[in-house]
Design a protein. Sequence first.
Length: 58
Amino acid sequence: MDYVSALLPPVVMAAFFIALIVVIVKSQGGPNKAKEDAAVDAALARAEAARQPEGPDA
């Protein structure tokens, strides 16, 4: 019976991990994908613009 108590925590953690991966994969795409992609693109553009100095003195 010791082997059952030894194997139970890893099996439970593996089941939760697999469930988490399934939820992440299923939540990708869908109707909000374009909106999420646009938000990420806008954030990247703002970061890039803030990083590059403007003007002739650069």
